[in-house]
Design a binder for this molecule. Structure first.
Ligand code: C2E
Ligand code: MG
Ligand code: MG
Length: 749
């Protein structure tokens, strides 16, 4: 058959026959000439009768055409050929011309190459040799008939001509068929070479990447591919169906088998398993297994990618730790703390009546320690503090360092939440009471704690944390060791803003007032002093109590001029009463900020001078926390105040866990028992015992003991029995303005 027109598709793959350098074999033609005994005589004979032989060509072409389409297999190829844009008519004509060409009787090289090209092109077009053979047979039939019957052919030449024609056709069959197969072999070799190169490349790639790849044929349970890395990794143990299975740690094999079942059921799986290698270290691999299924969903193969994730896992673990623990103290960090708080709240929500307490704890004056110890020393102090705090909390509580010197505690699902939180707060404070020995120094550390409780003070983690935080700040300002959140005493953000604008002008506008509450001697019933308590006559809000505006004033740095105002007015008042013939020493409250502010002593001295009042007529009330925040400086100020004749009272005593050893060394004149102990004193034996021991302690320290907040006779009687020196409270008198206090004085006289 001749070379049909170029076909798309099929040819592209193998490359065009002519495009490739190939071994042309003209020698083949000579071999055929020899084997078939095709000689000069044959050629001469063919040339002589060529014109005769060419007769009837059209009829032959039709026969060939019919032949092609009568055979269904060949017809299929022809139809496909036409579908691909080929022209069967032209093909047949070409075929025919080739055959006619043979009749020219040429036996040279170009003739041989032409036949070879036909053979090669048959291969490319899927024209099998057996079909070509059919065309040759038709051709021979046609010629034999012609030779036998055409009168133009001499009778004596007929036998020789027929023989020459047969040899010529045989020769062409031989050359085209050989070329056909040679092309096939060359094509396959070339493909194999390409594949081999690709395989080498793939092997090189897969041998050098750290991932391992393998494929298992599910039908036969055989490993059909294992990358060089896999072979290396598994050593001789490439057992099917799961390569390297016995490298998997015994405890994890069950998981791998489950995953295998899943993947052969058609679902991709990923899992991380521990594998045992000879080095004895812990190694982890991630297996990603993908099923390959046929159209009906039947899984044929499983591909697997294995990857060493040992480092990844340890990085991940480290990261997890880093993201949940505080690297200085090893406690939980803010993230984990909020997480635990959220979980505790979620549990509490499902348990009606359940409570959660949230505590914020801030170390007082930590900045000072940090500066004097250096950051390393500061960190060490934080670690020691953390260790002590850790002993106080239960396993179910979460203690975290939230940043800087701030710690948080979550007490989940507590019964009797206020008491429990208070107990923990007291324990925390007690745990810090013992000084820390660091760098040959003894450091006294105290903390301020704010407590907020679910559900009373908030329902979500953030509002609870922020309320505990504001309670903590309030505790700090009030120098109280711990305080619960109180919605109405914490200035709201709006109030804060409002106050901050207005407080600035309050002094100039003369909006502050003092009220006085007497302190009375239990034994004699005589007045021994008056505590000056500050009020702000707010232009819109009326009388504002100190608990609302003092924290704001402190925050705004305005408390010192206010303290000065209180100081001068209270002293002037005392001087006024003195002029009326009554000696009433005044007590003023000095907050932690004012106490620590530089120049307090100078200002006190100046105020005394200006009022013309001796220091003995003035008492300063500070809280335990104010003193303990900076003991050294506190002791120094107290000493100087004593030199001025000014007395010092510890206000709200009993709530602050002062170190008794230090108290002993400080020049303190008065202890004021916190009113919280008096409230239930007649019913609560514990409170009564505390009051008794404060009175005893005060007396042992050489102090006057005042009970403040006495609201009824029963408490008064108990206090009298316990030997309390002075009393102050609504039962004796409420805080009164100057005029009313004057009347009270006259009456009391
Ligand atoms: P504090 O120094 O402990 O004052 C005693 C508080 O108890 C006063 O509240 C007083 O009115 C109240 N009180 C007195 N007797 C009774 C009683 O029998 N029952 C009850 N329930 N309460 C009683 P106040 O005036 O609201 O002052 C609250 C706090 O504000 C004071 O506590 C003090 O820490 C602070 N404060 C008052 N004035 C000033 C001031 O001029 N400067 C500073 N920095 N703080 C002040
Ligand atoms: Mg006071
Ligand atoms: Mg008090």
């Amino acid at each position: 058959m001749p070379a049909p027109p170029k076909k798309k598709g099929r040819q592209a793959k193998g490359g065009r026959a002519g495009a490739r350098k190939r071994t042309s074999t003209p020698v083949v033609g000579k071999e055929y000439n020899y084997v078939l005994q095709l000689g000069e005589d044959d050629v001469a004979l063919l040339q002589r009768y060529r014109d005769v032989l060419v007769q009837g060509a059209a009829g032959f072409a039709q026969t060939t055409y019919n032949y092609l389409f009568d055979n269904p297999d060949i017809a299929d190829v022809m139809y496909a050929y036409e579908r691909d844009g080929g022209n069967v008519g032209a093909l047949v004509r070409g075929q025919f011309e080739h055959l006619l060409h043979l009749l020219g009787g040429r036996l040279d090289e170009s003739e041989t190459l032409a036949s070879e090209t036909v053979g090669r092109s048959h291969y490319h077009h899927g024209v099998r040799p057996v079909w070509s053979l059919g065309a040759y047979r038709l051709f021979l039939d046609h010629l034999q008939q012609l030779v036998a019957s055409d009168p133009q052919i001499e009778h004596d030449d007929r036998e020789a001509l027929e023989s020459a024609l047969v040899k010529m056709v045989f020769r062409d069959i031989g050359i085209t068929t050989e070329a056909y197969w040679r092309e096939a072999v060359e094509q396959l070799t070339e493909q194999r070479d390409v594949l081999g190169k690709e395989q080498n490349l793939a092997d090189e790639l897969l041998g050098n990447i750290p991932q391992l790849l393998w494929t298992v044929d599910i039908e036969t349970n055989r490993i059909t591919y294992a990358s060089p890395g896999t072979l290396n990794f598994c050593g001789g143990e490439l057992e099917a169906p799961i390569p390297c299975f016995y490298r998997v740690n015994g405890a994890q094999r069950e998981r791998v088998l489950t995953a295998w079942q899943q993947v052969i059921d058609g679902e991709p799986v990923q899992l991380e398993v521990q594998v045992d290698l000879s080095d004895g270290d812990e190694h982890w691999f991630r297996l990603a297994m993908y099923p390959v299924a046929n159209r009906r969903g039947r899984v044929l193969r499983v591909h697997c990618l294995m990857e060493d994730v040992t480092e990844l896992r340890s990085d991940r673990k480290r990261l997890e730790q880093m993201s949940t623990t505080d690297d200085v103290t090893g406690l939980a960090n803010r993230t984990l703390w909020y997480d635990r708080l959220s979980s505790a709240l979620a549990v509490a929500r499902r348990n009606p009546g359940a409570s959660v307490a949230v505590m914020m704890l801030d170390i007082n004056q930590f900045k000072v320690y940090n500066e004097s110890l250096g950051h390393r020393g500061g960190d060490e102090l934080l670690r020691r503090i953390a260790r002590r705090l850790n002993k106080v909390v239960r396993d179910s509580d979460t203690l975290a360092r939230l940043g800087g010197d701030e710690f948080g505690i979550v007490l989940p699902l507590v019964q009797d939440v206020d008491k429990a939180a208070e107990r923990v707060a007291r324990q925390v404070i007690a745990s810090l009471a013992e000084p820390f020995a660091l760098d040959d120094k003894e450091l006294c550390v105290s903390a301020s704690i704010g407590i907020a409780v679910y559900p009373q003070h908030g329902e979500d983690p953030h509002s609870l944390a922020s309320h505990a935080d504001s309670a903590m700040y309030r505790a700090k300002w009030n120098a109280a060791p711990f305080l619960f959140y109180e919605a109405d005493t914490i200035p709201s953000a709006r109030e804060h803003l409002q106050f901050s604008g207005q407080l600035h002008g309050a002094l100039e506008r003369d909006e502050f007032e003092l009220v006085y509450q007497p302190k009375v001697d239990m034994a004699s019933g005589q007045i021994r002093g008056a505590e000056a308590l500050l009020r702000w006559r707010h232009p819109q809000q009326g009388l504002v109590m100190p608990k609302r505006f003092v924290p704001v004033a402190e925050q705004l740095g305005m408390i010192t001029p206010i303290t000065d105002w209180v100081l001068s007015h209270a002293l002037a008042q005392s001087r006024g009463w003195q002029g009326n013939g009554v000696q009433v020493p005044v007590s003023i409250n000095v907050s932690a900020r004012s106490f620590q502010a530089p120049g307090l002593l100078e200002r006190v001295e100046r105020a005394l001078e200006q009022a013309g009042v001796p220091g003995s007529q003035l008492e300063i009330e500070i809280t335990e926390g104010t003193l303990m925040a900076d003991l050294g400086r506190g002791a120094e100020i107290l000493g100087r105040l004593r030199e001025l004749g000014v007395s010092v009272a510890i206000d709200d005593f009993g709530t602050g866990y002062s170190s008794l050893a230090y108290l002993k060394r400080l020049p303190i004149n008065t202890l004021k028992i916190d009113q919280s102990f008096l409230e239930d004193m007649d019913t609560n034996t514990q409170d009564a015992a505390i009051v008794r021991s404060i009175i005893d302690l005060g007396h042992n320290l050489g102090c006057t003991v005042v009970a403040e907040g006495v609201e009824n006779q029963a408490v008064l009687d108990r206090l009298q029995a316990l030997g309390c020196d002075l009393v102050q409270g609504f039962h004796i008198s409420k805080p009164l303005d100057v005029d009313r206090f004057g009347h009270w004085l006259i009456q009391a006289h």
